[in-house]
Design a protein around this ligand. Structure first.
Ligand code: PXP
Length: 250
């Protein structure tokens, strides 16, 4: 049976643009672009959730953004975060609907690989427990690697977000191999009782290839939507993505 794919819109790059001008003059009265208006425009256009990544270096989203968006959006808030005590404390205070645990390295331009779940079981177990005790669902951003998926299930995570970046950047036989890994990972995650999400590098041009992945529930998409928004506006860019996601057979 066909099941409509949900869309989480990542608005980090709206904040990237804001910080490019205003990081050093936060008291200005003309700060733009307005992050909350972006979140609300995405919702108006049909987004199912809003994603923000509060990085340790606060390069785009800052603490007050998380609380503001939390308070005013009417869909779900997905907070991406590295597993650090400081950010965990903020997550527990802000109470997003979901947290997606991601690896974070200061020098990276964007999230590079998936989370090393198998190598960090104890630290992750503690964080997952604290989040779930606060009724926050936990997703693990993992490469399409069966060991990482099994470890996520063992830790009692609610969801995995399959890292589609390697697929998006590959060509030819490598692309087919990456897609095969994603297909196997989707099946294994579902089998293990995890909700299957996916994200990174997804565009209107490549999303239909991902329809091969079984049991997908939600895609998290940021850079492409914000880039398209420059030319056609944010609402149109979200609508365009939703239209491209239509036709997923489940
Ligand atoms: N999912 C996760 C866990 C991410 O870290 C990112 C990038 O911030 C995305 C999805 C969105 O990726 P993109 O901006 O390439 O759509």
């Amino acid at each position: 049976m066909a099941s409509k794919l949900k869309l989480g819109v990542n608005i980090d790059h709206v904040a990237t643009l804001r910080q490019a001008r205003y990081a050093l003059m936060p008291q200005s009265t003309q700060i733009e672009p307005n992050l909350l208006l972006a979140a609300q425009a995405a919702e108006e256009a049909g987004a199912d959730s809003i994603t923000v990544h509060l990085r340790e270096d606060r390069r785009h989203i800052v603490d007050s953004d998380v609380f503001l968006v939390r308070e005013h959006i009417r869909t779900k808030l997905n907070l991406e975060m590295g597993n650090t005590p400081e950010i965990l404390a903020i997550a527990l205070q802000a109470s997003p609907d979901f947290v997606c645990l991601v690896p974070e390295h200061r020098a990276e331009i964007t999230t590079e690989g998936g989370l090393d779940v198998t190598g960090n079981m104890d630290a992750l177990a503690d964080t997952i427990e604290q989040l779930q005790s606060a009724s926050i669902l936990v997703s693990m951003f993992v490469d399409p690697d069966l060991k990482q998926i099994a470890a996520s299930a063992e830790l009692g995570a609610d969801m995995v977000e399959l890292h589609t970046g390697a697929f998006a950047g590959a060509e030819g036989a490598d692309r087919t191999a990456e897609l095969d890994r994603l297909v196997a990972a989707g099946a294994a995650a579902h089998e293990a009782g995890l909700q299957v999400n996916a994200g990174h590098g997804i565009t209107t041009a490549n999303v239909s290839e991902l329809f091969a992945i079984p049991h997908l529930v939600e895609l998290n998409i940021g850079h492409h939507i914000v880039s398209r928004a420059i030319f056609i506006g944010l609402e149109q860019a979200v609508k365009e993505m939703i239209a491209a996601m239509d036709g997923y057979a489940g």
